[in-house]
Ligand binder design. Structure first.
Ligand SMILES: CC(=O)[C@@H](O)[C@H](O)COP(=O)(O)O
Length: 254
């Protein structure tokens, strides 16, 4: 069971809702993923044009926790304002803090992320900051009261997988709060790697929405999360540089 703040989840897969080829495919993929948490940019919400299609309208929202994110924010003020908008709209008290100040890498602004996290924790939100794979910043975030840490595997939408497994491991080993690897996941193998490192979960979007068959990929991601978690719980064998026969020698004829 995954616990973040006061929320508990069976599934360890968080799914983004952007860029699916259609709402119908999105719905089928969400179902196939087994996710309980859907994230979306508050700025995509159609608050003022109720007659326009809503990207969440095909989904039975009673089945999912919504994790609004502050995507589009470039400053602390913007992130905090977007979080307030999410709360005023009656969405979940969870907020994914995303403050991006670089359009090429889409890497998070570490100082603004920390500042926004402090403010929103103080205001009673359940705060999940999207951060780089920097273990020192991760520590400052949980010291500031973040309820989970979401380090990127690689740049958003890049599908590059985990570029720095060592730093992610440092974060996972030290963090007193859940660590969700967020962004850059390209394939089920990346997901399994994250979970085998000991991550508490993964958040992904593009790898599913951009797949040739998003529904099949969503199912594959679900199984990869489960397989990786099980493998981590089971404890892998140590790597050796020499071969060791897998059959025991005892009882063998010479
Ligand atoms: C949907 C969302 O929150 C993204 O910003 C997230 O980081 C996912 O990234 P990928 O699309 O690389 O999976």
């Amino acid at each position: 069971m995954l616990k973040i703040g006061n929320h508990t989840f069976h599934s360890r897969l968080f799914l983004g809702t952007g860029k699916f080829p259609s709402f119908e495919v999105q719905k089928k993929a969400v179902d196939a993923s087994g996710t309980e948490v859907l994230t979306f940019a508050v700025r995509r919400m159609n608050i003022y044009q109720q007659d326009q299609p809503n990207f969440l309208e095909m989904l039975d929202l009673t089945r999912y926790k919504l994790l609004p994110n502050t995507a589009g924010a470039q400053t602390v003020d913007e992130a905090v304002r977007i979080a307030h908008l999410a709360r005023a709209s009656g969405l979940c008290d969870m907020i994914k803090v995303e403050v991006i100040a670089d359009t090429k890498t889409l890497l998070p602004d570490p100082i603004a992320t920390l500042e926004a996290t402090k403010i929103l924790v103080e205001e009673g939100f359940t705060v999940l900051p999207y951060t780089s794979d920097d273990p020192i910043l991760a520590r400052k975030l949980w010291e500031a009261g973040a309820h989970a840490i979401m380090p990127g595997g690689s740049p958003i939408g890049s599908g590059q997988g985990l570029l720095n497994p060592l730093y992610l491991r440092y974060i996972i080993e030290d963090s007193p709060v859940p660590v969700i690897i967020d962004a850059g996941i390209g394939s089920p193998a990346d997901v399994a790697q994250a979970m085998e490192l000991g991550a508490d979960g993964v958040l992904l979007n593009t790898a599913v929405s951009g797949a040739k068959d998003p529904v099949k990929m969503a199912q594959a991601m679900k199984w990869a999360v489960e397989a990786g978690r099980l493998g981590w719980e089971a404890g892998r064998i140590p790597k050796k540089v020499v071969a060791t026969a897998s059959s025991p020698k005892e009882g063998m004829l010479d």
